[in-house]
Design a binder for this molecule. Structure first.
Ligand code: F6P
Ligand code: MG
Length: 455
């Protein structure tokens, strides 16, 4: 185990790193089973897009498509044969030097299993990006977009339900303060559980299953029991005194999760708890479903048009009203979209201030920074083997103690085998009956750190 006083680096996290060398770990399952499926889907996607091209006018793009499929297949081969990692090619992207530096400093001697899982998984998506970005015709192509679009379509029922819910809340401004507390809990939980419904899961579900996962009040009550630590009340204690403050979301997945996050952000603005919401998205396609700037714009766009063919004219009106209000927030600077390359860097968030000082000073101005989802949580706590009872503020290290560190709220459904801040006995109880409890997505944590803005 690494000593806490030694220097923390991507190769030396504050506790032993999660690695695929441990065959009982979720890192191993992900590396050997889940990645090959994800990579094969990329090849399928390029294949489909290539077949939609017109050979008489797009022959160069078609040729590049073949090269891409070859390179992606080679990547899959390297992983499956546990080949040594290699530096990212200089693809001219703004972050490429960071990747090359980190690789040369820490991972030159490592392979796909021996390096920390947090590095290999981020590196996989950066390698994939590099393959596309080095072409002429596919450099802005998102190989995950088709999956993102299909999944959003499948979420239609819950999308309409939430559009009606927020419409009702907004057209009834005379809500009592005690009701606002309940609504805060409800909307924060919609944003939380939106993260459980990730791509591979959703596409296999019926509309009824999706509806259950995505929102009605009764199922939220049931799901609340699966929140192992819930600091929402602490946050409400602060938020209810806020007027016209800035709130940030470090977003995770697009589609239904993003939609739920925006419903929450809408309510925060409408009730004066925030005057500005800063939305941080990923600069490149990332972990299949993460939100990029173009996903965000796409979502706002489809809510305005006839994307949901089965929607009644009444349902379309709800969506149009919502989309118009959201576009208004963007146009008048109430919602501000940001995509710093740090979020897709090889660094855990312990290094935020040192590696991205401008981003740190930017989020230091926020009254609350909400980190969504599993990967953000892994990066907050450095993806290592903390005892599960470690305090959240200890596990996020400098992001809790650094001068200017903002208040942080993590809304995370647990999909990897790292978790902190649990009361004594929880790990033992759950491990006795559910071997996969840490990574099944059934359980969640809602954890708050005060930060260090006053000093
Ligand atoms: O399911 C495992 C995984 O690939 C993790 O590596 C990662 O943390 C997660 O999926 C992505 O989930 P999320 O979209 O919640 O960050
Ligand atoms: Mg994600």
């Amino acid at each position: 185990m690494t000593s806490q006083t030694s220097i923390v680096t991507p190769a030396n996290p504050p506790r032993s790193a999660l690695r695929a060398t441990d065959e009982k770990s979720f890192a191993f399952t992900t590396t050997t089973v889940r990645w090959p499926v994800i990579i094969t889907k990329i090849i399928d996607d390029v294949y489909k897009t290539r077949h939609e091209l017109d050979p008489s006018i797009e022959s160069e793009k078609m040729k590049e498509g073949i090269d891409i499929m070859d390179s992606i297949a080679l990547l899959k081969y390297e992983i499956q044969r546990k080949k040594p990692l290699k530096p990212i090619d200089d693809d001219g992207e703004p972050d490429v030097n960071t990747w090359i530096e980190v690789f040369n400093k820490y991972f030159k001697e490592e392979n796909w299993h021996s390096a920390p899982w947090l590095f290999t998984e981020c590196y996989l998506y950066r390698r994939t990006h590099s393959i596309f970005v080095r072409t002429k015709h596919w450099r802005n192509y998102d190989p995950f977009f088709r999956q993102k679009e299909d999944t959003f379509k499948a979420s239609f029922v819950a999308i309409i339900e939430l559009a009606k819910r927020i419409d009702g809340l907004i057209s009834n401004p005379s809500v009592q303060d005690s009701d606002k507390r309940i609504l805060f809990h409800e909307l924060a939980q919609i944003s939380l559980w939106g993260n459980a419904t990730d791509l591979s899961l959703l596409t296999n579900l019926s509309h009824d299953d999706i509806k259950k996962l995505q929102g009605n009040a009764k199922s939220l009550e049931e799901s609340e029991k699966n929140i192992l630590v819930n600091d929402l009340e602490k946050v409400w204690g602060k938020l209810s005194h806020y007027q016209q403050k800035r709130i940030d979301f470090v977003l995770d997945n697009t589609g239904f999760e993003l939609y739920g996050d925006l419903i929450f952000a809408d309510w925060l603005i409408q009730n004066g708890y925030a005057s500005e919401v800063h939305l941080h998205v990923k600069a490149i396609p990332w972990f299949v479903s993460d939100t990029t700037p173009s996903d965000f714009n796409w979502l706002l766009g489809v809510l305005k048009n006839d994307f949901f063919s089965s929607a009644s004219s009444n349902e379309k009106l709800y969506l149009e009203r919502l989309a118009k209000r959201w576009q208004g927030y963007v146009d008048n600077g109430k919602w501000i979209l940001k995509s710093d390359y740090f979020w897709t860097s090889p660094y855990a968030y312990w290094h935020l201030k040192e590696q991205a000082p401008e981003l740190f000073s930017d989020i230091s101005k926020s009254s609350l920074v909400i980190f969504k989802g599993d990967l953000n949580y892994r990066k907050l706590v450095y993806d290592c083997k903390w005892p599960t009872t470690t305090l959240f503020k200890d596990a996020i290290g400098p992001l809790a103690t650094e001068k200017g560190a903002p208040p942080i709220l993590a809304l995370r459904t647990s999909k990897a085998d790292v978790i902190v801040g649990l009361p004594e006995g929880i790990e033992e109880r759950l491990s006795a009956s559910e071997a996969d409890w840490m990574f099944s997505g059934k359980y969640a944590v809602v954890q708050f750190s005060e930060g260090n803005q006053l000093n």
